[in-house]
Design a binder for this molecule. Structure first.
Ligand code: ADP
Ligand code: MG
Length: 256
């Protein structure tokens, strides 16, 4: 049985920088296992929203509820402890360690054990690490140095690192930035599959509209700090207001 209520509920969130309302009265919720896309033009306030939710920024107003409990204004570490994961800017990998060791580190951190006391015993959580590498398709590269990985493989490792903390909510601010267009859809489809299997709510932003429409269950559109639309891909595509401020003529490629 699913827990009652949304995993994340945000009400009346507001944040200004020197008189500029980066986020203004933003209200939405994310359900367990749901892929919710937050889209909008550059400067719309997407990253500011993510930074408030992860605790990097304090909102001027509004409330953030995780599983019905307020996390508004808590520091990042406390929010992370409560099950809010973040890719891919925070989970820096250790280039000189192997892929498996990176996941072991994340598992040790999740279980509040200290790596330095355990070295050189590198068997800790090895099986658990492999159990996280398999679903992201990285089990064959477990012995490789993370620093040698191709960019797309590094992204999949970072997804495994996020999963090591068993998050209930995963925040992904432009997770496919820097990836080849052909790889973006694959990473987000993988994220979608794992989120559904593990009942993780995912809030993400992504510039490639084919990817957004392909994987999002629901889409929020932000413009100058305000939510201007919310709905399914079909509803968002048909929204005249959204087309005017964001999707415009060329943004929806391929005749969608
Ligand atoms: P997005 O991620 O949608 O591109 P941001 O949240 O980064 O948008 O930015 C929203 C607005 O807030 C922009 O006008 C940006 O210049 C401003 N802004 C964001 N962060 C800061 C900051 N730390 N200091 C001042 N202004 C900021
Ligand atoms: Mg941004």
């Amino acid at each position: 049985m699913k827990p009652p209520g949304p995993v994340l509920a945000v009400a009346g969130l507001a944040k200004s920088f020197g008189g500029v309302a980066a986020v203004a009265e933003v209200t939405f919720a994310v359900a367990s296992g749901e892929m919710l896309a937050l889209i909008g033009p550059n400067g719309a306030g997407k990253s500011t929203c993510f930074n408030i939710l992860s605790g990097q920024l304090r909102p001027d107003r509004g409330e953030v509820l995780l599983g019905g409990e307020t996390i508004t204004g808590l520091p990042p570490r406390a929010i992370w402890r409560r099950g809010v994961g973040r890719t891919f800017q925070i989970t820096a990998t250790f280039a000189s360690m192997t892929v498996r060791e990176n996941v072991q580190m994340a598992l040790l951190s999740h279980h509040r054990r200290l790596w330095r006391f355990l070295r050189p015993a590198r068997s800790h959580f090895a099986d658990e690490a492999d159990a996280l590498l398999a679903p992201v398709g990285m089990e064959d590269q477990a012995e490789r140095c993370a620093g040698e990985l191709a960019y797309g493989d590094l992204k999949r490792l970072e997804l495994a690192l996020a999963l090591a903390h068993a998050p209930r909510l995963l925040l992904m601010d432009e997770p496919t930035a820097g990836m080849a267009p052909s790889e973006r859809g694959g990473l987000m489809a993988l994220t979608r599959r794992l989120a559904a299997e593990r009942d993780i709510a995912v809030l993400f932003t992504e510039h490639d509209m084919d990817v957004v429409f392909g994987v999002a269950d629901r889409i929020l559109v932000l413009d100058r700090g305000r939510l201007i639309a919310e709905g399914s891909g079909a509803e968002i595509r048909a929204d005249a207001n959204v087309r005017a401020v964001y999707l415009g003529s060329g943004a929806t490629s391929g005749g969608h």
